[in-house]
Design a protein around this ligand. Structure first.
Ligand code: AP5
Length: 196
């Protein structure tokens, strides 16, 4: 890994369907960052029927969080795979304060840090609409029914939203309006990333 001065590490935050994955795909190329989506890594493991996948599936299908210990170990391993990275976009991690603390420890061990949490703000009805729409074609079990989508939102508000306070306390929290076209939102995020 590069030294602190050269690495830019972003937590891209927001509720399910906020556009984290969509935007990370543009930003990773634009800023030459490694995109780590914990949801994507879990889905890869589910598809390949690994032990991690089997365990994760039992939580994901209900819209619940995978336990911290398993998720943190997995995230650490993903970061270790990318020793040449200029920096990371973390998408879907951290989702609990324990995960945020573990990420700080991990970044410190690399002589680095999280520069900012950039949070996409989108209201619930738009989120539900986007996810139901995607569920028609994505094959994602957790998009298939509105009850599971609503549970993911509840879990977000009950367990994950508090992670914003962790970064606010470090003066690293930046909110961005996540409603608009994909291009408009990429432009808003770029304005923020250009300052980091
Ligand atoms: P994860 O894969 O992270 O899912 P999520 O947070 O629910 O996020 P999504 O992928 O649904 O939404 P997104 O914000 O990335 O939006 P996207 O760009 O896809 O996690 C899945 C599960 O894994 C969790 O529920 C949990 O069980 C487990 N998990 C993952 N990480 C964990 C962790 N750290 N700890 C514990 N458990 C963990 O966009 C959504 C849709 O909207 C797409 O169809 C897209 O095309 C569309 N869209 C995007 N932007 C726009 C726009 N501007 N206008 C119109 N449509 C748009």
């Amino acid at each position: 890994l590069k030294t602190t001065q050269h690495m830019t590490n972003i937590v891209l935050f927001g509720p399910p369907g906020a556009g984290k994955g969509t935007q990370a795909n543009f930003l990773k190329d634009k800023y030459n960052l490694v995109h780590i989506s914990t949801g994507d890594v879990f889905r890869y493991n589910i598809k390949n029927k690994t032990a991690l996948g089997t365990l994760a599936k039992s939580y994901i299908d209900k819209g619940a969080l995978v336990p911290d210990e398993v998720t943190i170990d997995m995230l650490n391993a993903e970061v270790e795979k990318n020793t040449d990275a200029n920096g990371f976009i973390f998408d879907g991690f951290p989702r609990t304060t324990a995960q945020a603390e573990a990420l700080d420890v991990l970044m410190s061990s690399k002589d680095s840090q999280i520069n900012a949490m950039v949070a996409l703000e989108v209201h619930d009805e738009v989120l539900v609409k986007r996810l139901l729409e995607r569920g028609k074609t994505s094959g994602r079990a957790d998009d298939a029914d509105e009850g599971v989508i609503r549970n993911r939102l509840k879990v977000y508000y009950d367990e994950t939203a508090v992670v914003a306070d962790f970064y606010s306390a470090q003066d690293k929290y930046i909110a961005v309006d996540g409603v608009g076209t994909i291009e408009e939102i990429t432009a808003r995020l770029s304005t923020v990333l250009d300052t980091l």
